[in-house]
Design a protein around this ligand. Structure first.
Ligand SMILES: Cc1cc2nc3c(=O)[nH]c(=O)nc-3n(C[C@H](O)[C@H](O)[C@H](O)COP(=O)(O)O)c2cc1C
Length: 178
């Protein structure tokens, strides 16, 4: 089982990267590839640039990482109710290379934010859109108030959220036959 995990953000200290990477480590017997969008920098997509230069290698490389994986753990950063610009740009470039961006892989889709809605808006957007790019979303989970609800050692601190998160981890494990 090979898991690809990343936060859909280009912040160096992305809370979504932290949460995605932490979550991927809840699955045993897996090889985990911890990706960072900053390692796949891309120019701002435009059809004119695409005509001039074609698809950048970094977009192809990111897609190949997905293609060669068995499972995706992604946590969505919310900017103004939607995807971060860095993630949307990556999605746009890859979608021009291969419309099935998520290559029919199973996915645990997450979102977190410092606020009380936990990135619910971007999560809704991704839940509606990703299946159109061949994502098989097995479960999703949103964690509100990241700073007060999450600890790297202890995991999710709020008891109700913790129970919900752990039950989803179990469902995902079942879907992986772990
Ligand atoms: C331009 C911008 C817009 C934001 N808009 C939202 C928003 O709509 N909803 C929200 O919950 N948080 C919003 N935030 C706060 C982000 O959730 C917060 O910066 C979070 O840390 C982003 O995730 P990341 O750390 O993984 O990059 C925004 C932050 C920025 C910089």
């Amino acid at each position: 089982m090979k898991i690809i995990t990343f936060g859909a953000s280009s912040s160096k200290n992305s809370i979504n990267k932290t949460f995605a990477h932490y979550t991927a480590q809840q699955f045993q017997n897996a090889t985990i590839d911890f990706l960072d969008l900053n390692d796949y920098s891309l120019p701002l997509f435009s059809v004119d640039l695409e005509n001039e230069m074609g698809i950048p290698q970094n977009a192809k490389d990111f897609y190949l990482k997905i293609l060669n994986s068995d499972f995706l753990v992604i946590s969505m950063a919310e900017h103004n109710g939607s995807y971060s610009a860095a993630f949307k740009n990556l999605l746009d470039w890859i979608s021009r290379y291969e419309g099935k961006v998520f290559a029919n892989k199973k996915m645990f889709l997450l979102a977190t934010s410092p606020g009380g809605r936990g990135g619910e808006s971007v999560l809704e957007a991704a839940l509606a859109r990703f299946p159109r790019h061949a994502a098989e979303i097995v479960e999703h989970f949103s964690l509100p108030n990241f700073e007060s609800n999450f600890d790297l050692e202890k995991g999710i601190l709020d008891e109700t959220l913790r129970k919900s998160y752990l039950s989803k981890i179990e469902l995902v494990k079942n879907s992986m036959n772990q």
